[in-house]
Design a protein around this ligand. Sequence first.
Ligand code: MLT
Length: 293
Amino acid sequence: MIPAPRQVPVGAGRTLAVREAGAGLPVVLLHGFPLDHSMWRGQWGLVAPGGPLEGRARLVVPDLAGFGGSPGPARPTIAAMADDVAALLDGLGIGGPAVVCGLSMGGYVTQHLAARHRRRLAGLVLVDTKLEADGDEARRARYDLADRVSRVGSRIAAEAMVPRLVARGPDAAIDGAARGRAEVEDLLRATIEATGTDTIRTALHALAERPDMTAAAAAFDLPALLVVGAEDTITPPECLERARETIPGAVLRIVPRCGHMTPLEDPPAFNAELAAFVESLFNSPRPGLPPAP
Ligand code: MLT
């Protein structure tokens, strides 16, 4: 069951909607673009009774500003989104380090958190994302989509994105999953169509203008797990291979039969990787990490 949200102040009169469950080491899950908390629906079982992180982790699942239940305006840069997450941790009274796990745009935010708020992190998990900035062509495509969203509405973003998010191969994980492709694609489409055009446009500009994080990532001194769907065509496995070569000590897991939405396409496979990573932090504790429950 997905917990009810609450609004948590993040400064300047703004709030973020956040859902939480479980107790223990905070594990923050940051959604991709232009999505919200609902893409993490398959992860709540991690901390439910009998789940592998029951009593060991506190899941914290926000909607970034302007997305889902969080009021806009959307933040204009990825760095500002990361500052919001740090403020959210303050607002939740989480003073000690947290694991932060972000998918795609959420992964860019996670990288900025590691660069700007290092002491807030116990470890980072980058999912279906990349370190590099956009090239000229990708940047132009984002500005073009932003214009079309302004003229036509959020529906255009859903039409452009949904067919590319989930693996399409003959043995795609989603086709064998309990919920199935149609239900997952309906969820993604409905989430995108419910996102305000201002938020989509602002976030597209933030994505287009985000900096290359390769040099910053080479200096990350945190345990790092990298996860990517083998069939991801938006941030293909090569992107995460390069991140593994860049981030000291990073571990890469390539999840078969998944596309750009690995946690949603194959929750058991993704959850096993995330749970093992969190457990590994208890087994080799670092300063500031709470003792294993
Ligand atoms: C996402 O899923 O957050 C987006 O695909 C990010 C991107 O387009 O770079």
